[in-house]
Design a protein around this ligand. Structure first.
Ligand code: ADP
Ligand code: MG
Length: 323
């Protein structure tokens, strides 16, 4: 990076997000010095967005800044952790201050909303790549791990599934989606990490995952790690009207089950906690739907409205799979 690298850091990154008391030393030294609260452990996760792989070159930089942080906050929510700090490794082809300003605006607005402080990072020149690492706090006994689902547990999902996938399909296949296009595009570009849902329901859940690669693939990870299987009631899968219409037209469930980028939560809840969960639902800012149950036999069975099994080709997005 040119001599202006430090100017850039000072101008765009040094004050990003909120100022937290547990940051003993933030941006500007060799390392940040951070204080984890007593009795809590650090939950850490990193995600990388590469131009041309994870986003189109013409994407709005403000939404990109939002999404880069949102997908990481979604991982913290899926672990039942409270967001605290974030680091940002930015590789930029050139210094474009208009782009940077918009990117930081999207990033910072979401960071403030979740009381997150940017505490460090790295800035280099090269093909546009954004790596964001988040740090959150969780009581280790309360963490929503993937390996603790048990037969009989209930499967809940937040929001609606398949909207981001339909927006992407619209763009890649040149489909005309009509008036809902803007709403679907919003779901793809501005995903809302379900931090509030996680904080409200985490003590009732036994396991969780965020749906980034499609429900079948992500629930499959929970099943595999927990040594269980699952039954999904397809009529209970929450769908927006445009996705419903798409399923009616194509007779395919691939959008809500296997398309990625929804960033909704899949929560596994022991049946004895169902009543308490339902009591808390009115306090949530998003709908939550009971879509199935964990079973002892392996694999995921999808049932139609008559209870008959439907054969669905599985698999979410896998960067290294032959296609
Ligand atoms: P070093 O040479 O020790 O790696 P740098 O020159 O890369 O230090 O960075 C100087 C300071 O600015 C460090 O505290 C670093 O964490 C911070 N920083 C650099 N780039 C970013 C960025 N993109 N976002 C946030 N902080 C950054
Ligand atoms: Mg560095």
């Amino acid at each position: 990076m040119p001599a202006s690298e430090f100017l850039l850091i000072d101008r765009y990154f040094s004050q990003l997000g909120v100022k937290r008391a547990d940051v003993l030393l933030g941006i500007g030294d060799d390392c940040a010095l951070l204080q984890v609260p007593e009795g809590q452990t650090l939950a850490v996760s990193i995600d990388t967005l590469v131009e041309g792989v994870h986003f189109f070159p013409d994407v709005d930089p403000e939404s990109l800044g939002h999404k880069a942080l949102a997908v990481n906050l979604s991982d913290l929510a899926a672990m039942g952790a409270d967001p605290a700090w974030v680091t940002l490794a930015l590789t930029l082809p050139q210094i474009d201050e208009t782009w940077l300003e918009a990117f930081c605006c999207g990033f910072s607005t979401l960071a403030k909303r979740h009381r997150v402080q940017l505490v460090g990072g790295d800035t280099t020149r090269g093909p546009l790549t954004i790596s964001v690492q988040v740090h959150g706090f969780v009581d280790p006994a309360m963490a929503l791990r993937r390996d603790s689902a048990r037969p009989g547990d209930l499967i809940y999902v937040t929001g609606t599934l398949g909207d981001a996938g339909l927006a992407l399909l619209g763009k890649t296949e040149g489909l005309s989606l009509g008036e809902p296009q803007a709403t679907l595009q919003q779901r793809l570009d501005w995903p809302e990490p379900r931090v509030g849902v996680s904080q409200t329901l985490r003590d009732l859940a036994s396991a969780a995952i965020d749906i980034s690669d499609g429900l079948l693939a992500d629930l499959g990870h929970i099943c595999q790690r927990s040594g269980v299987g699952a039954m999904l009631n397809l009529p209970e899968i929450p769908l927006s009207d445009p996705v419903k219409k798409h399923i009616q037209q194509t007779q395919k469930w691939s959008l809500p089950l296997s398309a990625g980028d929804d960033y909704e939560l899949c929560l596994i809840v022991p049946a004895e906690n169902q009543a308490e969960l339902e009591e808390r639902v009115p306090g949530l800012d998003v709908r939550i739907s009971l879509v199935g149950q964990i079973e002892s036999s392996s694999g995921i069975r999808c049932l139609d409205d008559t209870g008959a099994p439907i054969d669905i080709q599985s698999g979410g997005y896998d960067h290294f799979r032959d296609r």
